[in-house]
Write a protein that binds this ligand. Structure first.
Ligand SMILES: Nc1ncnc2c1ncn2[C@@H]1O[C@H](COP(=O)(O)OP(=O)(O)OP(=O)(O)O)[C@@H](O)[C@H]1O
Ligand SMILES: [Mg+2]
Length: 328
């Protein structure tokens, strides 16, 4: 398969002026003029195949937006190699942007004072989108994103959810082969988030558009991404299937048992008893050490069971643990 994104040994460092405090501050500044180096992206490698939908995760300040800015040609890398769709993004930005779309949840790419539809018209002009295709795309996106009620409203007057839908539409009107989303659901209500997720999924599945998506919303990841990459302090610490991430770091499953009778104690070997009251016991177990059927058998051999269920380790806890403990 042909990779659409090639990233190798990519680095971005920022020089930040160091400010001194205290009595000698001004003197020290005069003498040393120190600056601090921030390695926002610290030598990362990955490839993305055409048609993939990849989640790019990591705690605040990890380097996600910096990566996306390099991928979209907004920032020039400090070193490393970056080829997207056959382009070096920052070198040939004018031709490159005609083939990609980018949505930054934190800021709009639309014209603030213009009605939404006029911003779209400007995009049509800028990207030289044929009229027929423009109209077809607008009609399709209008159906999916319900833009009609605010097409005549200036961008500055839109609600956040409306603005995001307008931005997403604008990013897609020219049929880009690749889409970069930097927190497309930030600040949106649950219904608006779901609508945007469905839209992203639709574009990826129906149009086979390649998508790279950053988000802090675990539901976005769960609903959309088979593959995730995790960046932490500028380094890529995981790249693989979401299922594998859970397997490796998901920790424990839970077995919840409702007993048919009251027992004085309900301990079983192979699982840790988390709680026991009102004939209900909750056990925690590690599936790599004991399988669910083996555990259920062990419990049912000793006790009369009325009902039981198994809970998977949840992805939110898993990712939180990785961020907190820096497991990888
Ligand atoms: N223009 C800049 N000048 C100096 N430092 C910067 C600049 N842009 C980013 N940084 C620093 O680079 C690091 C990575 O920032 P980045 O915005 O890529 O993080 P992020 O993963 O997108 O975080 P978040 O989840 O908060 O959006 C941070 O320490 C940030 O302060
Ligand atoms: Mg960011």
């Amino acid at each position: 398969m042909l990779s659409i994104v090639h990233v190798s040994k990519l680095e971005k460092t920022f020089h930040v002026r160091r400010y001194h405090q205290g009595r000698w501050a001004s003197l020290q500044n005069l003498v040393t003029r120190r600056s601090r180096l921030i390695r926002a992206v610290d030598g990362i490698d990955f490839t993305i195949e055409a048609g993939e939908l990849v989640g790019y995760l990591g705690p605040n300040g990890a380097g996600k937006s910096t990566t996306i800015k390099m991928l979209t040609g907004l920032l020039v890398p400090s070193s490393g190699r970056l080829i997207v769709n056959g382009f070096v993004p920052w070198k040939d930005r004018r031709h490159y942007v005609a083939r990609i779309g980018a949505v930054f949840g934190q800021r709009t790419t639309l014209w603030w004072d213009l009605p939404v539809i006029e911003s779209f018209e400007l995009h049509r002009h800028l990207y030289q989108i044929p009229t027929g295709r423009f109209k077809r795309n607008l009609a399709e996106f209008n159906d999916l994103l319900e833009l009609a009620p605010f097409l005549d409203v200036p961008v500055r007057s839109l609600s956040l959810g409306q603005r995001m839908r307008a931005d997403i539409c604008a990013a897609l009107l020219h049929d880009p082969e690749l889409l970069f989303f930097d927190e497309p659901t930030i600040g949106l209500d649950v219904v608006a988030k779901e609508r945007i997720r469905n839209f992203i999924r639709h574009i990826n599945e129906e149009r086979e558009t390649t998508v790279l998506l950053t988000t802090h919303d675990i539901a976005d990841v769960q609903r959309l991404c088979r593959r995730v990459m995790i960046i932490d302090r500028g380094k890529l610490i995981f790249d693989g299937e979401l299922a594998r991430l859970l397997e490796r770091f998901g920790g424990h499953h839970r077995l919840i048992v409702d007993f048919a009778e009251s027992y004085a104690e309900v301990a079983v070997i192979g699982a840790e008893l988390l709680s026991y009251s009102d004939q209900r016991a909750i056990y925690r177990f590690d599936r790599r050490k004991i399988t669910a059927p083996a555990l259920i058998q062990a419990v049912s051999e000793r006790y009369a069971i009325r009902d039981l269920s198994i809970e998977e380790p949840d992805i939110e806890t898993t990712i939180r643990t990785i961020y907190e403990k820096r497991l990888l």
